[in-house]
Design a protein around this ligand. Structure first.
Ligand SMILES: Nc1ncnc2c1ncn2[C@@H]1O[C@H](COP(=O)(O)OP(=O)(O)OP(=O)(O)O)[C@@H](O)[C@H]1O
Ligand SMILES: [Mg+2]
Length: 339
């Protein structure tokens, strides 16, 4: 995969934050502020598959939704090919949305159950006035084939409920690529499917990158999937990016205690659940520390109370192109850039 990787940055997130205010209720009182993303710095290189990995609630979907501009960042800046898209509106936003598309965990989020597959996949062409009605069916058949549905003619007049979950996800991918986007955000596209279907979806995503030249952000909670599919990985913990680097390197030589904990939690990589390789995770969380400290302090078995509880950690260069956000990497050099 690495030989195909280019160094040109296509997408950049600079100190991007997103906050949600939850509604209050009779039990808990007033609303609470949730920091879903906290000053995220990230860049995607043209033609790569970048894995955003983290446990449930870590902010992965939020990050994807900001990139495709289903939502707007509260702070920071997002650029595509150098153009600031953070607060685009109107016509410019519609143009941007032609170039960046999202595949959701649940294909029903992008497929209308009452519309045929042909109409669902053609809809972005119609909305964006691309090609003539005569071209549409040809393009629909082509992308259905790219998405692994063949013979494509067998699927066009069916409805989503007449397909299996794996086939529905392929249709959702076909719809997302019909406008030939330069960037595709795939949000846990296989987490509702069994393993054999997952492998097929991975192959399709690789095909989208290889044949269409799209850059892909692949969102997952699974280190095993990220290792299989991605060129580079970013590990996210409760809204904080904590480690970033080439996929092989991050998985074979993880540096951040949270990345190590994720690898311990992966049956294939950890030796056994009772004997973790790294053992960086506390059995029970510590009480909340001040927001100034390390975001992982409460769960980190290695944390040093004074340092880690009180001071936000610095980015450290821990390998070629690999950086980690931790106080406890003494030999590592300060990182020049985290993007
Ligand atoms: N619309 C919303 N209103 C309030 N809080 C939200 C909203 N959307 C997300 N959150 C909160 O933001 C945080 C990040 O959520 P997000 O859905 O991005 O996580 P995730 O990593 O995609 O999780 P999962 O793996 O379960 O999909 C969570 O604490 C979530 O509860
Ligand atoms: Mg999610």
């Amino acid at each position: 995969m690495s030989e195909r990787r280019e160094n040109k940055t296509i997408l950049q997130l600079e100190r991007v934050s997103r906050f949600y205010r939850t509604r209050g209720n009779v039990f808990r009182g007033g609303g609470r502020l949730v920091v879903a993303l906290n000053e995220i710095n990230l860049s995607l290189r043209a033609g790569e598959i970048f894995g955003l990995v983290g446990e449930s609630g870590s902010g992965k979907t939020t990050c994807g939704r900001l990139i495709v501009r289903l939502e707007e960042a509260d702070q920071g800046r997002i650029t595509l090919n150098g153009e600031d898209i953070t607060h685009l509106k109107g016509k410019k936003l519609r143009e941007y949305r032609r170039q960046v598309q999202m595949v959701f965990q649940d294909p029903y989020q992008s497929l209308n159950p009452q519309v045929t597959i042909a109409d669902s996949v053609a809809e972005p062409l119609i909305t964006n006035k691309v090609g003539s009605p005569l071209d549409h069916m040809e393009r629909v058949l082509k992308v259905l084939k790219t998405a692994g549905l063949s013979p494509a003619e067998d699927y066009v007049y069916r409805f989503p409920h007449q397909l299996s979950g794996g086939q529905r996800q392929r249709v959702a991918i076909a719809r997302a690529i019909v406008l030939e986007p330069s960037l595709l955000v795939a949000d846990e596209p296989t987490s509702m499917l069994d393993a054999s279907y997952s492998a097929q979806i991975f192959e399709i995503l690789q095909g989208v990158r290889d044949k269409m030249g799209a850059t892909i952000m692949f969102i997952t909670h699974s280190m095993a999937s990220a290792r299989y599919l991605c060129d580079r990985i970013g590990v996210i913990y409760r809204g904080h990016l904590v480690e970033q680097g080439p996929a092989e390197q991050v998985i074979n030589a993880p540096q951040h205690p949270y990345t190590k904990a994720l690898i311990d939690a992966t049956p294939k990589f950890g030796r056994a659940a009772e004997v973790p390789t790294y053992g960086t995770l506390l059995a029970a969380e510590r009480p909340a520390n001040s927001s100034a400290g390390c975001p992982f302090f409460r769960r980190c078995a290695l944390a040093e109370r004074l340092l880690c509880a009180g001071t936000y950690p610095p980015w450290r260069q821990v390998g070629p192109e690999q950086v980690a956000l931790c106080h406890l990497l003494e030999d590592a050099a300060p990182a020049v850039s985290t993007g």
